[in-house]
Design a protein around this ligand. Sequence first.
Ligand code: F3S
Length: 286
Amino acid sequence: MVEILIAPHAGFCFGVRRAINIAEKASLLTQEGRRVFTMGPLIHNPQEVDRLRGKGVEVLSSADGLREGDVVIVRSHGIPPKRERELRRKGLTIMDATCPYVKAVHEAVTQLAKEGYFVVIVGEKDHPEVVGTLGYLEEAGGEGAVVERKEDLREVLGKERVGVVAQTTQNEAFFKEVVGELCLWVKELKVINTICNATSERQEDVYQLAPEVDVMIVVGGRNSGNTRRLYQISLSLNPRTYHVELPDELQPDWFKGVKRVGVTAGASTPDWIIQGVVEKIRELCS
Ligand code: F3S
């Protein structure tokens, strides 16, 4: 009989759960004839986005088709303040599902900019959270750079006073590496660690679980950055690591002769998908 070990913090984080609750509440407004939208998918999980669509919460890629009275849910990633003002000017009702941990990054860059630091955001350049954070930096009149790879640090060379924050879902090891490099190069360094607990807890689970099992399954949207990072960490510890979005993607070959399987899931993966994956693993191993 195969043993399936589920990581203690697998699946929805506090911010995603909160965003979904806000979307569920917003969906009730469709009963009054209001149209409800999210700008881009609410979370990086296509199946959960489809479930909400079934309740009337549509996904928009641009604000062009919006009209007065429409309801727009700001995603947990947040948006630049300028963008929010534009939406309000259109007469839209804004329901803000920005995660409080993301708001803390906005506050951190605003504070650093006001104190005159050149701001380094350790994160993915095109990630909506980072785009939103850059908007707050601009609003505060600050200057900064996004560091996605070590090479990006070249932009920071020559700066005397540098403040560092992280995208909330950033890999802790990379954040440490960047901070370690910077403290050798700049005169004054101020670090505000804005990686949220949900990320570190999920990554810590993988460090513990992946070396202990024969096969590790990471469940989550392929467009979910935090899921992809869990996969990369797990793969570095256990070569038999697989990333799946849905139970049907599990292959019987992966489980031949296996005694222990570890399962974890990104912060945007709903429980019903994790349960489906666990059941399918049991079926394939029986
Ligand atoms: Fe918020 Fe962290 Fe989740 S920033 S949305 S609690 S991964």
